[in-house]
Design a protein around this ligand. Structure first.
Ligand SMILES: [Fe+2]
Length: 245
């Protein structure tokens, strides 16, 4: 399994406070069966002004620290809060795509979908950058505007849900919505969005079991193994046709 959404680098965002905690998180992920982790610190103007160079530096530091101790691959990425100039920032090398292969984690505001989102998705498509919208099941807007998910998927976006939403650790609403997205084939990747060793630790295996019970093993594996591997390699993902509600 490869976890494409983790906050495992210390000092860049609201993730771990120390390298010791980072290493513990890597160990937990490995024990749970992960072969790779994408480090995706927040990039958010005025709050987490991280740049690609900061993230690459810390990823390299982490690779050095685990060498010979923890057998897990670490890749570079970011969770990018939506701004209208994402494409320019990527082109300037300020914002990384995952493993520099063209996929990005895109975070939308919780309450309101920005009115110009479709313009942005179109711009990304023209540049062959594939957005993966993060933890959609936890967004408030999804309760009122579920149909938007179909529209985003039509426009080439992928949907990521949080492992702990499926397993019930983030409340009943998040669980119900995560299960609905899986059932309707509107969830394409399951990731931990882990921030610490305690509150939301890494780990995908329990969520994989739950997803398997909804759509079967093959499709569930696609969400934690096949799709993440393609995201890392920059190859195309064939997504299932979503069911209509
Ligand atoms: Fe996150």
């Amino acid at each position: 399994m490869i976890d494409i959404h983790t906050h495992i680098l210390p000092g860049l965002d609201d993730g771990p406070r120390s390298w010791a905690e980072t290493l513990e998180m890597c160990r937990l992920a490995k024990e749970d069966g992960a072969e790779g982790l994408v480090a995706t610190p927040h990039i958010r103007d005025g709050v987490y002004p991280n740049r690609r160079s900061d993230i690459v530096e810390k990823v390299n530091e982490l690779r050095e620290k685990i060498k010979g101790h923890i057998d897990i691959n670490i890749f570079c990425g970011a969770e990018i809060h939506i701004t209208p100039d994402i494409v320019d920032r990527i082109k300037r090398g300020e914002v990384p795509t995952i493993n520099d292969k063209g996929y990005i984690l895109l975070e939308l505001p919780d309450h309101l979908v920005p009115p110009r989102i479709e313009d942005l998705l179109f711009q990304l498509k023209l540049e062959r950058i594939i957005p993966i919208i993060t933890h959609v099941e936890r967004s408030h807007w999804i309760q009122r505007e579920f149909q938007l998910i179909y529209r985003f998927v039509e426009m080439g976006a992928l949907m990521q849900i949080t492992a702990m939403s499926l397993t019930g650790g983030l409340g009943r609403t998040a669980r119900r919505m995560a299960m609905k997205l899986v059932k309707l084939r509107l969830a394409h990747v399951i990731a931990s969005d882990s921030h610490s060793r305690g509150l939301r630790p890494p780990g995908l295996s329990f969520a994989l079991k739950i997803a398997s019970s909804i759509v079967g093993e093959k499709e569930a594996n696609a969400m934690v193994k096949d799709a993440p591997a393609k995201i890392i390699n920059g190859s195309g993902i064939e997504i299932p046709v979503p069911e209509r509600t």
